[in-house]
Design a protein. Structure first.
Length: 703
């Protein structure tokens, strides 16, 4: 490695270096304005290859401050990962409000139609560590930090509209049970083990969430294909002080799409960063992910009319009962410059709220208000974590809070308390409280005042744990129901404690006897008696909006999807180009796959470079596959297990398969049977817009 200008190395002060430069880290790392490598003290480094030694073969000297600083800093590079949601991917973007919501809220972000507010959104899995895979069966976190003109508002939600527990005091128990087991340190990023199901089976309130968690929602295809939910009921408060209950919903523009379990497992091996990569690459190529934000807004009278409590986070208000009003859109259009500085250090906190929005008494939300601030201190090491650029509000921050570890600001003057009379003429100086536009809590103003003694108690209105679980299961498409039942069989088959499996079955009987029967048969276990239910289970009307398949967000589209096009020596150039053009016109991305990454020699003698090598890009990486093979190309691939598996998996994962007539022997060897999804190249782009659920019973035994 060449040395950088060792001649000019020295300890003298650099010309033009001002005290203000301490936070200006140049893009490519620590070097000074002239491009020289420096220490953190700004001293130019003459040699970044060798320690300071006494003689060429002699001992290293303790005085080598360049070495010591470098190793010292490296030794401390890691910070504690998040206790939950450690694995995450994030992006910058903006929120654009459609119309003024002044009638509902005074929140500045919702006042002026078309106005954009910058934001930073982080998606995550819950259970796994920071280095775990992207595709376990797990809930996805969906956290948005809006940098509004009135301060930061964090909407910290998930891709499931309900939660496992009703009271925050149970959160540590829930998380301990799902994380790797205390004595053995496994399994990583998996709920399929004894302790999780033991806890769940003892907590009937988790049943509704378990239905969602075992559905295809928790094995999403990409992060661009998930919904997001604020979960809790919040309040919006208008300028007159009138409050309205609201629930927040994010709807993905690309629609909902999930994987099959077998596919998710194989993706984990083929590309553990599958969803992180997908998000990053989509943004890099300008294919910006977008969600619409909607609200369900209602008053107390409506809340009182519901057969469940809107403060109970294990309940939804079905969209059929209360439609969602779209209020704006979020576009993610910029990747972080630095993963650690932004994605790792971003600190969300549901307590970050702005005037015009407020909490409710939801006991889960109330507990969260404490937990997040507390955890950031542990993670980021200082009460000044709000000064880290990704966390800093983009509006003035003025108060008398001072000092602390890693204080980056240099407040001027004597005044650091309030009230004071340190102004020039003896008047008060410094920022003042603002009764007119400052944040005021709505609770106790519009909502009936709560009364009662100090109690550790659960409201009776929270007692129905099964009716909405039943509603969810019965609302699903039959294929989704089969996946859910099979997911339960899979998970419980990994549970060694038989009494736990029996208890889960007893709870499932309250949800739906047919579901319980299917799971019991899948486990080859007899059905126990139903567990007691605190209140009678009700039959609510189904809510088709919760479905993925044939639901409102099941879009027949190739937009945003990827298509694997398999070529080999001898493939037809014209047919290939026609197909690539059609894929592009449909808004999808073609991934050219060949046995060798350098490419294939096509029939016309031209060489076509590949995007991926066949062995490194199994068909689980794409949404549909096309085989553009010649007779001899196909013959060669008949002797390649990766090619056979490529086609077999595409078929097994219910994907469309387009093919040239010459590819037929490969289809046959992979066990592909003709159906609507197996088509010639002309019909492929249309066929590739969906999966073929009718094929599933032919390829898989489901519960
Ligand atoms: Fe939480 C992180 C979502 C209940 C305590 N939570 C965290 C993140 C998301 C959620 C998306 C990751 C934020 C990021 O990307 O940095 N959590 C939820 C939702 C909940 C919920 C939707 C229920 C509706 N959480 C919840 C409870 C508690 C916590 C009841 C504690 C009483 N959550 C935390 C935490 C985390 C966290 C320990 C870990 C890292 C962090 O906060 O910043 O404080």
């Amino acid at each position: 490695m060449p040395k950088v200008d060792s001649k000019t190395t020295g300890f003298e002060t650099r010309p033009g270096k001002g005290g203000e430069t301490h936070q200006q880290v140049p893009k490519s790392g620590p070097h000074d304005a002239e491009g020289h490598l420096t220490t953190n003290q700004g001293i130019r480094v003459s040699d970044n290859q060798n320690q300071l030694k006494a003689g060429a073969r002699g001992p290293v000297l303790l005085e080598d401050f360049v070495l010591r600083e470098k190793i010292f800093h490296f030794d401390h590079e890691r910070i504690p990962e998040r206790i939950v949601h450690a694995r995450g991917s994030a992006a910058h973007g903006f929120f654009e409000v459609y119309e003024s919501l002044a009638e509902l809220t005074s929140a500045d972000i919702f006042q002026r139609p078309g106005e954009r507010t910058p934001l930073f959104t982080r998606f995550s899995t819950v259970a796994g560590g920071a280095g775990s895979v992207d595709t376990p069966r797990d809930v996805r976190g969906f956290a948005v930090k809006f940098y509004t003109k009135d301060g930061n508002w964090d909407l910290v939600g998930n891709n499931i509209p309900v939660f496992f527990i009703q009271d925050a005091i149970k959160f540590p128990d829930l998380i301990h049970s799902v994380k790797m087991e205390a004595d053995r340190g496994y399994p990583q990023a998996a709920s399929a083990h004894d302790t999780f199901w033991d806890f769940i089976s003892l907590m009937p309130e988790s049943t509704h969430m378990i239905m969602w968690a075992m559905s295809d929602r928790t094995i999403p295809r990409t992060l661009r294909n998930i919904e997001g939910f604020g979960i809790h009921t919040f309040q919006m408060v208008n300028a007159k002080g009138k409050s309205t209950f609201v629930k927040f919903h994010w709807k993905p523009k690309l629609g909902l799409a999930s994987t099959l379990w077998d596919e998710a497992v194989k993706i984990a091996g083929a590309d553990p960063d599958f969803q992180r990569r997908d998000l990053f690459e989509a943004i890099e190529r300008g294919d910006f992910p977008e969600w619409e934000l909607g609200i369900q807004a209602f008053d107390e009278k409506f809340a009182d009319s519901l057969p469940y409590d809107v403060l109970d986070p294990t309940k939804i208000i079905p969209e059929e009962v209360l439609p969602i009003r779209p209020i704006g859109r979020m576009v993610l259009d910029r990747n972080p410059d630095n993963f650690f500085a932004e994605t790792e250090q971003v600190a969300y906190c549901p307590a970050n709220i702005v005037p015009g929005i407020d909490f409710t008494n939801d006991p889960l939300l109330q507990g969260r208000l404490f937990s997040y601030l507390d955890t950031q201190l542990k993670r980021l090491g200082s009460t000044n974590f709000h000064q880290i650029p990704i966390n800093a509000p983009k509006c003035p921050v003025m108060n008398f809070q001072r000092d602390g570890h890693m204080q980056m600001l240099t407040p001027k003057g004597r005044a650091n308390y309030e009230p004071n009379s340190l102004g020039e003429a003896g008047e008060e100086t410094g920022p003042r409280e603002c009764p007119v536009t400052g944040f005021e809590t709505a609770i106790g103003r519009d909502v009936a005042e709560e009364q009662g003694g100090k109690l550790r108690i659960r409201a009776e209105s929270f007692a129905d744990h099964y009716s909405q679980a039943r509603m969810f299961f019965r609302s699903l498409h039959p294929a989704e129901q089969a996946h859910l039942a099979s997911a339960l069989v899979f998970e419980l088959s990994k549970v060694g404690l038989e009494h736990v499996r029996i208890r889960v079955l007893a709870n499932l009987l309250n949800v739906d006897p047919d579901l319980a029967k299917r799971v019991a048969e899948g486990l080859a276990m007899p059905l126990p008696k139903a567990s007691p239910s605190a209140v009678p289970v009700q039959d609510f009307d189904p809510s088709p909006a919760v479905r993925i398949i044939n639901g409102p967000l099941d879009l027949d589209t190739l937009a945003g999807r990827s298509v694997g096009v398999l070529i080999a020596d001898g493939s037809d150039a014209k047919a290939l180009d026609k197909l690539l053009k059609a894929i592009d016109s449909a808004g999808a991305r073609a991934v050219l796959i060949a046995p060798k990454v350098g490419g294939a020699t096509l029939a016309d003698g031209s060489i076509r470079k590949a995007d991926a090598q066949l062995a490194g890009c199994p068909s689980v990486m794409v949404d549909a596959v096309a085989l553009v093979l010649s007779k001899e190309g196909c013959k060669t691939l008949l002797g390649e297990a990766a090619a056979i598996q490529f086609v077999m998996d595409a078929f097994g994962h219910l994907k469309a398969i387009g093919h040239t007539p010459e590819s037929a022997p490969l289809l046959e060897k992979a066990g592909v049977e003709p159906d609507e999804g197996v088509v010639d190249l002309a019909g492929f782009v249309e066929a590739a817009k969906t999966r073929y659920w009718d094929r599933e019973p032919k390829v898989r035994m489901l519960a």
